[in-house]
Design a protein around this ligand. Structure first.
Ligand code: FAD
Ligand code: 2HG
Ligand code: ZN
Length: 486
């Protein structure tokens, strides 16, 4: 794709305006009026180091009013922008494609209010997820979303991507938990829908449009969210299983026997654990190796009651030979260590070079077939092997079994066009044939944008474009069909 020349090029005059508007030194990082390219660089590349833009300006407004003034000015002056939160997104949506101005709300990082009775929290979009969760822990509450990137991602970024994470099975999607949103539209209009109400059937629920919109229709500056009470008792068990059929049986048993206290059911295959082991060198939780592993977490209010349930579950899955081996964490340190074998996968996979990531929803019975089929394809093409001449290290499958959400990762020694050609559109066609989704939780970004048609009909795409054009009317005709969703 080419830069649309109708967007203006950044000049010193523009930078001067932003400097006067935002004031302090830390609010504007620019490589236009001064040589600050190093500072700007961190904002130009994504977490995977797969996508790289060429911005010369990063703006960090400190209030919703400032975001509004920035966007209005950019709109009036035809300056392209990209919102960026913690920059942990995995589809290249948080970095500029060309020279778009990065708008980062990290200076907006205050908790605005918390209601200890209802559990509703109102906070700035730039708050870091882990910081908010630690604050909530002190009040006996928990943020209804948890994910491996919690130490860096923003809650605004989480809402913008409608992140799913490790406990969606228990707490549900952000579409259900977010009570209100404050956002700024491209023309500077402030959307003041920061309701704290659980129920509000007065007209369209417009905030839903911003959840998962990936910043395409506005910048989220604040959110209001319903937080559940933090469970007093948490248990984590880690199992080895001999087949994917057995994993499915274990999942059914877990839902049946642990029901209301089940808070996570995560799947990891042997390859993923092998790579984590190679990188971390940590002692494996179980003796020997197994084709599949799963991590089960329970969270409840009565430790004794929960342990009893878990014991019964363990007894059954062992007796019926559903699981081959298992271990239950005895304390917080062990809980953390077991979670490390799951949460650490994305980071460890990057160790060899590039990773091709596919985050897909598939009917649960067929979930793992995609990994086997992809591995076979790589093998047939002669691309996978143990030595440097092969680009692919391993084809790995893991993910949120509880949500039928697989993460197919192809760990490589380098990003390689031959590998990409084998994977795409193969993976997307495979998904479309099963009516799955080519993006379960990470979004479209730049990586999946052109493949939306594998999961959405032409009618649905046209409706989405109408909404995009309503909130962000392009004052010139779009270059082509695709550019309307940029
Ligand atoms: P960014 O990466 O900065 O941005 C993501 C997108 O949102 C971009 O399109 C950006 O333009 C837009 N955006 C950001 N902030 C705003 C805003 N204030 N207003 C409007 N638009 C905005 N995702 C999951 O769903 N589940 C997981 O389990 C999960 N685990 C992860 C584990 C790791 C180790 C990593 C690196 C990523 C993981 N992710 C996961 C992906 C990622 O989506 C989340 O980390 C997170 O939701 C992104 O938040 P962020 O603040 O980093 O957003
Ligand atoms: C996870 O569940 C994240 O760990 C990241 O969604 C998945 O890197 C990936 O493919
Ligand atoms: Zn995930």
């Amino acid at each position: 794709i080419q830069r649309d020349s109708r967007f203006a090029k950044l000049t010193e005059k523009h930078v001067k305006f932003f400097r006067e508007l935002l004031g302090t030194e830390s609010a504007v990082i620019d490589g236009v009026t001064k040589d600050a390219t190093d500072d700007v660089e961190a904002f130009n590349s994504d977490w995977m180091r797969k996508y790289r833009g060429h911005t010369k300006l990063v703006l960090k407004p400190g209030s919703t009013e400032e975001v509004s003034k920035v966007l209005k000015y950019c709109n009036d002056n035809m300056l392209a922008v990209v919102p960026q939160g913690g920059n942990t997104g995995l589809v290249g949506g948080s970095v500029p494609v060309f020279d778009e101005i990065v708008i980062n709300v990290s200076r907006m990082n205050q908790i605005r209010s918390f209601d200890e009775v209802s559990g509703s929290l109102v906070a700035d979009a730039g708050c870091i997820l882990e910081v908010v969760d630690n604050y909530l822990a002190e009040q006996g509450y928990i943020f209804p979303l948890d994910l491996g990137a919690k130490g860096s991602c923003h809650i605004g970024g989480n809402v913008a991507t409608n992140a799913g994470g490790l406990r969606l099975l228990r707490y549900g999607s952000l579409h259900g938990n977010v009570l209100g949103i404050e956002a700024v539209l491209p023309d500077g209009t402030i959307v003041d829908d920061l309701s704290k109400l659980r129920k509000n059937n007065t007209g369209y629920d417009l905030k839903q449009l911003f959840i998962g919109a990936e910043g395409t229709i506005g910048i989220i500056t604040g959110i209001s969210i319903l937080c559940p009470q933090r469970s007093k008792a948490t248990n984590v068990a880690f199992f080895g299983l001999e087949s994917y059929e057995k994993v499915q049986l274990a999942f059914r048993e877990a839902k049946g026997k642990l029901g209301e206290i089940l808070s996570a059911f995560e799947l990891m295959d042997a390859n993923s654990q092998d790579l984590v082991h190679k990188v971390t060198k940590n002692k494996r939780p179980l003796e020997g190796e197994h084709p599949f592993y799963c991590l089960i977490e329970t969270s409840g209010s009565n430790a004794e009651h929960d342990s009893e349930k878990l014991e019964k579950f363990l007894e059954d899955v062992m007796e019926n030979e559903i699981v081959s081996d298992g271990v239950v964490a005895q304390d917080q340190t062990q809980i953390k260590a077991l979670w490390g074998w799951r949460e650490g996968i994305p980071e460890c996979l990057g160790h060899w070079g590039g990773v091709y990531k596919y985050d897909v929803s598939i009917p649960i019975q067929e979930l793992y077939d995609l990994v086997d089929d992809t591995r076979e394809k790589m093998d047939k093409a002669g691309l996978i092997g143990d030595t440097d001449e092969y680009p692919v290290v391993k084809v790995v499958g893991y993910g949120h079994m509880g949500d039928s959400n697989l993460h197919l990762n192809v760990a490589t020694r380098r990003f390689d066009k031959k590998v990409e050609k084998e994977l795409e559109p193969f993976v997307y066609e495979w998904i479309a044939k099963r009516n799955g989704s080519i993006s379960a939780e990470h979004g479209l970004g730049i990586a999946k944008k052109n493949f939306i048609g594998y999961s959405r009909s032409d009618t649905m795409i046209a409706l989405m474009k109408q909404i995009k054009n309503l909130y962000d009317p392009v004052s010139f005709p779009p270059l082509d069909d695709q550019s309307a969703l940029d």
